[in-house]
Design a binder for this molecule. Structure first.
Ligand SMILES: Cc1ncc(COP(=O)(O)O)c(C=O)c1O
Length: 400
């Protein structure tokens, strides 16, 4: 196996991708192929969390003024860099579901424009949230998949009409890794006066995302998967010209233009990304996500995508060789960083792989999900596939 080296002309630093392996302790102990679920922890997180405890222990309440108050803004900008978001356009939240609530709270569902369009491959938490908004007057139109891998873009475009308010969809589908036709969806939405909430949880960090080129209205996702940032931090980008016009009803003192005035009565919204925030921020999680964001910003998404495309193709070729069903698109331009393989007895196989320290996961209607990241070797992919082969042959011997 040869180490990857950046191509000539790459804007990313020259450091070899595999040399980052030493930054991730779990790579020494396991075959870690599950970055679509939880990215490997950078060893810098130990220091980041110790720094948090030291700050709290030594600076006490002064920590707010000296570091903590603006931490969400700094982290928002570090995430923003990865998706070409302008400075101060990204707020941070606890999870994507909360981001949906912040967005929903900017709108009124009592008028004619109250339709919410998405597809049934959306992440379930997002669907549960919007289904529940029907009690507030929202009308949900869910476009169905035929194959469980993708929903034809045309079908989504047809559903977006003059009564559509919001289109909350995944950029990359969690189950199949299909890349939705975000450009066409955003264009159609804007043509009829609707807004798109693009969930980039499964794209940012492995597939390029450029919020300005997309001209997307809202973008949200979390940092715990491809961004190696751990649980507790999600991000919400709002298009700056739109942000000024929005007044979230889910709000609080962090969103006030002058929080420290402790003014009584209705709020005055901040002109910054904090406009979309509410109460006291999640400081430990914000501290913990920074080492991952630093590494991702240093490595650069283009190099990650280039390597991911090659390793995903390699995984698919190995699955094909064994005749296992691949529930991920065949077109490399239409798939993200995960390969879902539904081999026989895939759930039992997944449990056995975990026992052998080969970390993957299993999802209904998908199979075993393998998600190599910039720190994985080709050897690790071979180890995982060889193990599947071995488990299946052991099972067939037992069955005889
Ligand atoms: C596309 C997508 N959206 C959202 C989520 C999670 O949402 P939340 O941050 O609300 O837990 C996931 C996975 O965990 C996901 O894959």
């Amino acid at each position: 196996m040869s180490a990857e080296s950046p191509k000539n002309g790459s804007k990313a630093p020259e450091k070899d991708l595999l040399s980052y392996r030493s930054e991730f302790p779990i790579l020494d102990r396991t075959t870690y192929l599950i970055s679509n679920s939880l990215g490997a922890m950078p060893r810098g997180v130990y220091d980041a969390l110790k720094g948090y405890a030291d700050t709290w222990a030594t600076r006490g309440v002064r920590s707010w003024q000296e570091r903590w108050w603006m931490l969400a803004a700094e982290v928002g900008d570090e995430i923003g860099l990865l998706m070409n978001a302008p400075k101060d356009s990204v707020s941070t939240h606890q999870n994507v579901t909360t981001c949906q609530q912040v967005v929903a709270s900017c709108f009124d569902f009592s008028g004619k424009r109250n339709k919410i369009v998405y597809d049934d491959l959306n992440f379930p938490s997002v669907m549960y949230f919007w289904e529940a908004q029907q009690r507030n007057g929202a009308r949900v139109h869910m476009v169905k998949t035929d194959d469980g891998i993708h929903v034809p873009t045309e079908r989504l475009l047809d559903a977006i009409d003059e009564t559509t308010l919001l289109v909350p969809i995944s950029h990359v589908i969690f189950r199949s890794s299909y890349i939705n036709g975000a450009n066409a969806i955003i264009e159609k939405a804007h043509k009829v006066g609707a807004l798109v909430v693009l969930d980039t949880f499964q794209s940012l960090g492995t597939v390029p995302v450029d919020v300005q080129a997309l001209n997307v209205d809202f973008t949200c996702g979390g940092v715990l998967k491809w961004l190696c940032g751990g649980p507790g931090v999600a991000y919400l980008y709002v298009r700056p010209d739109l942000a000024k016009k929005l007044e979230p009803k889910f709000t609080g003192w962090f969103a006030h233009a002058d929080s420290m005035a402790f003014a009584v009565g209705p709020t005055t919204y901040a002109d910054t990304a904090y406009r979309f925030m509410n109460g006291t921020t999640h400081i430990p999680a914000l501290e913990a996500c920074r080492p991952g964001l630093k590494i991702l910003n240093e490595v650069g998404i283009e190099r990650i995508r280039e390597k991911s495309k090659r390793q995903v193709a390699y995984l698919i070729s190995l699955a094909d060789k064994h005749g296992w069903r691949v529930n991920t698109p065949r077109d490399p331009e239409k798939r993200g960083g995960t390969v879902s393989i539904d081999m026989p007895d895939s759930y039992e196989v997944s449990q056995e792989l975990l026992k052998r320290e080969i970390l993957i996961d299993w999802r209904p209607k998908a199979g075993v999900r393998f998600a190599p990241h910039f720190y994985n070797t080709d050897q690790e992919i071979e180890t995982a596939i060889n193990a599947v082969e071995e488990i299946l042959s052991e099972r067939s011997v037992l069955a005889k």
